[in-house]
Design a protein around this ligand. Structure first.
Ligand code: GLY
Ligand code: MN
Ligand code: MN
Length: 435
């Protein structure tokens, strides 16, 4: 893997030329009353280094003669490590993580400006670590003050995202291997959930069984808070209380996936708790499934990203008209966003080191064109939120639809010849979901 991290740094350095890029690790784990919660490395930092500790800074200075990759890290301190865990230390940063030079993080003020003073730009993403943002601005200000003496130094700070994130958007074979692993574990957990769900069980029981499998199979844990939503809870997009008892004749929506080696899976299935769809559930489910299948068919190298959402939206809107939940001409309903009370989110997102991964969806007036080795989710849904007031020109909602929430989400890899549905191992056809 170290070879791959090095290749990623080389790819980035080839694009920044005479600039210096600075990346900050994630802040230390949050402490609540002296209890430490899990640390999770910043994804950009991890992508370029594989380094998994806090209080670190990575510097890429392609123009430097000897130190093109520099790490500032916490020095080894055995007494502290007893409490807060292993540190790789300054020597380890060089030996294990391949830094050309490494320093204690305490030397940042003294050493980092040297790597900036001959650069014409600082590539840095203003992040949530306000104090570190201030630090970078302070260095920059100081370098600008002494600029006349040298005639060199950064005259701008540029966000590193637009350069780094297109690299992250296209996954390498090593990344795909980790994603397939995250997917395999998540698929197994969904299948198990479908097996054990029945009236009388609690949402949290299903959640617990799935998350147990995540850890049991070596995943880091859930990629995001698991959503196990029965009945009308499925109409709350981020329902995570998961404390209700499953009832007969209801649907169960499960949106859950694990993180494995920092890479995420993100899967949603909706199925009848007692093994049979009611006619209303089935009618809505068929629409969502058709929308999803047709949207997935648009995942093809060369297609614009937006075509996925547009396709799903058209199928969903046409379906709502067919069921009498909307009335009017489909183009107009779409243009006027009349579907919004029933479908209020987008049809997917990039997937990778982050669940909502980096990468743009649209370049101003130009489309983002799908390329091989991108991974994205396709996740249309329909939600008949109880007590929704229809727009003036729209029909009243017959109570028999009320409280039905459906989403179907798969993770899809763009390939040279089309696509691969990575999460195809979880059933979603009506015949497969009925018992
Ligand atoms: N589970 C988060 C999402 O589907 O985007
Ligand atoms: Mn998703
Ligand atoms: Mn999801």
């Amino acid at each position: 893997m170290q070879t791959e991290y090095r290749q990623r740094r080389e790819q980035l350095m080839a694009k920044i030329g005479t600039g210096t890029a600075v990346f900050r690790s994630a802040p230390a784990a949050v402490m609540h009353n002296d209890v430490e919660y899990a640390f999770r490395q910043d994804s950009d930092f991890f992508y370029l280094t594989g380094f998994n500790e806090t209080e670190a800074v990575a510097v890429l200075a392609p123009h430097h003669q000897e130190h093109r990759f520099v790490l500032f890290v916490r020095p080894k301190e055995p007494e502290k490590e007893v409490w807060t865990g292993y540190r790789c230390g300054v020597e380890g940063a060089k030996e294990i993580f391949g830094a050309d030079e490494a320093y204690s993080i305490a030397e940042l003020d003294e050493k980092l400006p040297h790597y900036l003073e001959k650069a014409d730009r600082i590539y840095y993403h203003l992040g949530r670590d306000r104090a570190f943002n201030e630090t970078i601005l302070r260095y920059w200000q100081r370098l600008m003050a002494t600029y006349p003496k040298r005639g060199t130094g950064p005259i701008a700070i540029e966000d590193s995202g637009p350069i780094l994130h297109p690299l992250r958007l296209v996954k390498s074979e090593a990344e795909l291997e980790l994603m397939r692993k995250a997917v395999a574990i998540s698929v197994e957990a969904h299948n198990y959930a479908q097996e054990i769900a029945r009236p009388g069980r609690y949402e949290y029981e299903i959640q617990a069984e799935m998350e147990r499998l995540f850890r049991l199979r070596g995943a880091m844990g859930p990629a995001y808070p698991s959503i196990v939503a029965s009945g009308s809870n499925a109409c709350v997009l981020h329902y995570i209380e998961n404390n209700r008892q499953l009832q007969d004749n209801e649907l169960l929506l499960i949106d859950a996936g694990c993180a494995y080696g920092y890479y995420n899976a993100d899967i949603t299935r909706t199925f009848p708790v007692s093994g049979k769809f009611t006619p209303e559930q089935k009618a809505l489910y068929e629409i969502v499934l058709a929308a999803q299948q047709q949207a997935i068919a648009q995942v093809q190298t060369g297609n614009p990203y937006s075509q996925i959402h547009d396709t799903a939206l058209r199928v969903l809107t046409a379906g709502l008209v067919e069921l009498g939940l909307l009335k009017g001409e489909i183009d107009k309903l779409i243009e006027e966003e009349k579907y919004k009370p029933f479908y209020m989110h987008r049809t997917g997102h990039w997937l990778g080191l982050d669940v909502h991964d980096v990468g743009v969806y649209q370049h101003g007036d130009n489309a983002q064109i799908l390329q091989p080795n991108q991974v994205l989710t396709v996740e249309p849904g329909l939600y008949i939120v109880p007590n929704t007031k229809p727009a003036e020109d729209q029909p009243e909602i017959d109570p028999r639809w009320s409280g039905i929430g459906i989403r179907i989400e798969d993770d899809v890899l763009v390939t040279a010849s089309g696509h691969e549905v990575l999460t195809a191992g979880v059933p979603k056809a009506i015949e497969e979901l009925e018992k």
